[in-house]
Design a protein around this ligand. Structure first.
Ligand code: COA
Length: 260
């Protein structure tokens, strides 16, 4: 698939995905969502991709939401379909990606933009970032998992406050309530993400994937998270990386993991 709305580049095992509609503050139109679905699937299945860094083009916005111009005349049925397909192909796909995904939030993360960042595994915001779920000011509610993921991250009280007031929070407030992991100056945003990714890339890839799956299981209604952890823990013992990790420790050297 050739991408028109996103940039994607693989460098040293990190797939850099940049949403590239700067004139529209990187709003998620249908084509952008389809391209994101495609690139996320690619990241998941491609061995050379060890991790993903997701950001927006320019210095003003990560993503200012779903493209409002596209759903202005939607019916209830169209709306439900939009949310269902988007959640499955993009937002849940991102959350369940076996490779760690960091959102580098370089400005506004509103509506679908904040939902996209919340589907990522780790969030780093630049100091100018503003985050919010303003859908009720359009007569809507979040539809890409925002009511669920914001509640999981910041708790019910703060989530309801943010959603029903439609207020944005600053990057510092977002860090305080646990919505982002770090806040850094904009010029240091990618470097901070790369610092974390460099560390993660030294770890055993299959163990990293199992850890993401087990943590995600804690949020699922149809999976027992503790049982999922037991299974994933057991699986790790059958990997070459486990043998390498323990052997390297005993031989007092650094492990060289192969993801096998
Ligand atoms: N959907 C479609 N277009 C969007 C958009 C969105 N979610 N967010 C911004 N844009 C477009 C604007 O229409 C404008 O396009 P134009 O230049 O062709 O008129 C361009 O991006 C720049 O946005 P603008 O509103 O002029 O910038 P601003 O600095 O005055 O305001 C925001 C920035 C983020 C506060 C404002 O754009 C905004 O409120 N966006 C919508 C946020 C939202 O409600 N998101 C949830 C959607 S469900």
């Amino acid at each position: 698939m050739t991408y028109q709305n996103i940039l994607s580049a693989l460098k040293s095992g990190v797939l850099y995905i940049t949403i590239n509609r700067e004139q529209k503050l990187n709003a998620l139109n249908k084509e952008t969502l389809a391209e994101l679905a495609d690139v996320i699937a690619y990241a998941g299945r491609t061995e050379d991709v060890r991790a993903v860094l997701l950001t927006g083009a320019g210095e003003k916005a990560f993503v200012a939401g779903a493209d409002i111009s596209e759903f202005a005349d939607y019916s209830a049925e169209n709306g439900e379909e939009l949310a269902r397909n988007g959640q499955k192909n993009v937002f849940d796909a991102l959350a369940n990606c076996p490779k760690p995904v960091i959102a580098a939030i370089n400005g506004f993360a509103l509506g679908g933009g904040l939902e996209l960042a919340m589907a990522c595994h780790i969030r780093i915001a630049s100091e100018n970032a503003r985050l919010g779920l303003p859908e009720v000011s359009l007569g809507l509610i979040p539809g890409y998992g925002g009511t669920q993921r914001l509640t999981q991250l910041v708790g019910r009280g703060k989530a309801i406050e943010m959603i029903v007031t439609a207020d944005m929070v600053t990057a510092d407030q977002a860090e305080k309530i646990g919505l982002v992991n770090y806040v850094v100056p904009q010029t240091e945003l990618l470097a901070k993400a790369e610092e974390l990714l460099t560390k993660i890339k030294l770890r055993a890839p299959l163990a990293v994937a199992c850890a993401i799956e087990a943590v995600n299981a804690s949020l699922s209604f149809d999976v027992n998270g503790f049982e999922a952890e037991i299974k994933a823990f057991g699986q790790c013992f059958d990997t070459a990386d486990f043998k390498e990790g323990t052997t390297a420790f005993l031989e007092k050297r650094k492990p060289v993991f192969t993801g096998k």
